[in-house]
Design a protein around this ligand. Structure first.
Ligand SMILES: [Mg+2]
Length: 134
């Protein structure tokens, strides 16, 4: 499984990377803008991500905006519906309106922060990603 962690907080980012290290290769981006660049590059190289863990509150470009653009890029490249990358939003408490917005723009799941490993693994399993570990 190839995953991308998008998170502006260093500690949260590092922790997620440790959690995901057993499941395959993981990459990082520090804001939505960087995530869009990395995802675009991966699609162009025909090596798309299987999973994106996306923070909502980030400088430069927030997670909701980034998800919107990523879905648009996928669409332009003929990737739609279930073939799209699975996205888990990571969010602080009290951002329920943001979560609603995230589901509207095509994320599959969300986890409240601080992210703990069992919660993350549960969502990854629910999204059907344990089968295609690589
Ligand atoms: Mg943040």
């Amino acid at each position: 499984m190839k995953s991308l962690i998008v998170e502006d907080d260093f500690t949260a980012r590092k922790l997620m990377q440790v959690y995901l290290s057993d499941l395959g290769e993981s990459f990082i981006a520090v804001n939505g803008k960087e995530a869009v660049e990395v995802v675009t590059d991966a699609i162009e190289k025909n090596e798309p991500f299987d999973l994106i863990c996306m923070d909502i509150m980030m400088p430069e470009m927030n997670g909701i905006e980034a998800v919107k653009i990523i879905r648009q890029i996928e669409k332009e490249n003929g990737i739609e519906g279930l073939n799209g990358v699975k996205i888990i939003m990571t969010t602080a408490k009290g951002q329920s309106e943001d979560i609603f917005g995230a589901f509207n723009t095509g994320c599959g799941a969300y986890i409240l922060k601080p992210v703990r490993k069992p919660a993350l693994m549960k969502e990854i399993e629910r999204l059907g990603l344990f089968q295609d570990q690589s």
